[in-house]
Write a protein that binds this ligand. Structure first.
Ligand SMILES: Nc1ncnc2c1ncn2[C@@H]1O[C@H](COP(=O)(O)OP(=O)(O)OP(=O)(O)O)[C@@H](O)[C@H]1O
Length: 263
C-alpha cells in the first residue's frame, strides 16, 4: 500500500493493561483507505483487544487512536459515537439475537441508529442480506435455522447495515469449512471493491491472508512486530513468523495461492 497516502486509522504508542497484565505497550499501526489489513499473532497476543480499543469498546491505558483525523478516546461521548457509526464490526461469535429473524437482526441498527420506520428498515435489511450473499428466502428465518456460514453472512449484513467506511472482522472464517471460508474471503474482496471499504481483519486463517489481504500486521511481544506485504512479512526474521508461515499449514496455504509454482 502506498506510503504516501494518509492512513484512515493511525494508532500510536498504544498501551492496554489489565491490572498487572500488560497486553500492549507502545503499539503502532496504520490502516490505509481501501486496504484489507490482516492482523495475526499467537493466541493471547491481543488481536481482539486491539480491535476493541480501535472501535471504542475498550478505553486504552495510554496512546493515541486517530480515526478519520480525530483522536477517538479523547472525544466526548456524542462525538465518539458519530465517528463509531462509520465502523461496521463483525464479532468473533457473530452475536445475532436468537429471538429475531435475520431481517429483524439486520434492521435493528437501522431502526435504533438511523431512525428508520420498521418496514423501511426491514426492506433495507433484505438488501444488505443479499449484499452478503444470502438468498431472499432466508430473511425470515431465525439464526438457529441456519448453517454457520449463513450466520456469518447475516452478521456481516448487520455490520454493513449503516453503510460503514471501515469494516472490522474478528476471525470471520473461524468454524467454517474450507469451501465456506474461501467463499467468505471472496465476499470480503468483492465488498471492498464494490463499496470501497477499508478492512481490519483479525484472523488465524493463512488462506485468508493469501486470498484477501493487501498487508499483514503481526502482533508479538505486546506490539506490532511487522506490518507489510505478505511476502515481506513471511521473510521477516522472527521465530513465530517463521513457524507460522513456513510450517506445514503455511506451506500448504502458499501452494494453494500459487498453483503455477507447483511441480
Ligand atoms: N476485559 C479484560 N480483562 C482482563 N483481561 C483481558 C480482558 N480482555 C482481554 N484480556 C486479556 O488480554 C489478552 C489478549 O486477549 P485477546 O482476546 O485480545 O487475544 P487474541 O490475540 O485475540 O487471542 P485469540 O487468538 O486466542 O483470540 C488475553 O490474555 C486476555 O485474557
Amino acid at each position: 500500500m502506498s506510503a504516501s497516502r494518509e492512513p484512515l486509522i493511525r494508532v500510536r504508542g498504544l498501551a492496554n493493561r489489565f491490572g498487572q497484565h500488560s497486553v500492549h505497550e507502545n503499539l503502532d499501526l496504520d490502516l490505509y483507505p481501501g486496504e484489507i489489513l490482516g492482523v495475526v499473532g499467537g493466541s493471547g497476543t491481543g488481536k481482539s483487544v486491539l480491535l476493541r480499543s480501535i472501535v471504542g469498546l475498550l478505553r486504552p491505558s495510554a496512546g493515541r487512536i486517530e480515526v478519520f483525523g480525530e483522536d477517538l478516546p479523547q472525544l466526548p461521548a456524542r462525538d465518539r459515537s458519530r465517528v463509531e457509526r462509520r465502523f461496521g464490526v463483525l464479532f468473533q461469535r457473530g452475536a445475532l439475537f436468537t429471538s429475531l429473524t435475520l431481517q429483524e437482526n439486520v434492521a435493528l441498527p437501522l431502526i435504533e441508529h438511523a431512525g428508520l420506520p420498521r418496514a423501511d428498515a426491514e426492506a433495507l435489511a433484505r438488501v444488505k442480506l443479499a449484499l452478503a450473499g444470502l438468498p431472499g428466502e432466508v430473511a425470515i428465518l431465525y439464526p438457529a435455522e441456519l448453517s454457520g456460514g449463513m450466520i456469518k453472512r447475516a452478521a456481516l449484513a448487520r455490520a454493513l447495515a449503516l453503510d460503514p467506511e471501515v469494516l472490522f472482522l474478528d476471525e470471520p472464517t473461524a468454524g467454517l469449512d474450507p469451501i465456506g471460508a474461501a467463499a467468505f474471503d471472496r465476499l470480503i474482496l468483492t465488498l471492498r471493491d464494490a463499496l470501497g471499504l477499508s478492512v481490519f481483519l483479525v484472523t488465524h486463517d493463512l488462506d485468508t491472508l493469501y486470498a484477501a489481504c493487501d498487508r499483514v500486521a503481526v502482533l508479538s511481544r505486546r506490539r506490532v512486530r511487522v506490518a507489510d506485504r505478505l511476502d515481506i512479512v513471511a521473510a521477516t526474521d522472527d521465530e513465530w513468523i517463521h513457524d507460522y508461515f513456513h510450517g506445514p499449514r503455511g506451506r500448504a496455504a502458499y501452494r494453494a495461492a500459487h498453483p503455477e509454482e507447483s511441480p
